[in-house]
Design a protein around this ligand. Structure first.
Ligand SMILES: [Zn+2]
Length: 71
């Protein structure tokens, strides 16, 4: 469900802007950002927390092996 938004008229000189899935903030997509597509560490933690507690109601401890790849 996470489709990157592509502005219709973005000059190639500017960095690719993406919307943070967590807070909705537009930020530059950087390959050196370890938290992409999130804007930062906090948003990534928030999103993962919401996914674990609300979306799937995980009772046991979170396991990276159970994370789906089709996000
Ligand atoms: Zn964010």
């Amino acid at each position: 469900m996470a489709q990157p938004t592509t502005p219709p008229d973005t000059p190639s000189a500017k960095p690719l802007m993406v919307r943070c899935p967590s807070c909705g903030l537009m930020h530059a997509y950087r390959t050196d950002n370890p938290y992409r597509p999130f804007c930062g560490k906090g948003c990534k933690a928030i999103d993962l927390g919401a996914w674990a507690s609300e979306a799937y109601r995980v009772e046991a401890k979170p396991s990276s092996e159970d994370l789906p790849d089709d996000l």
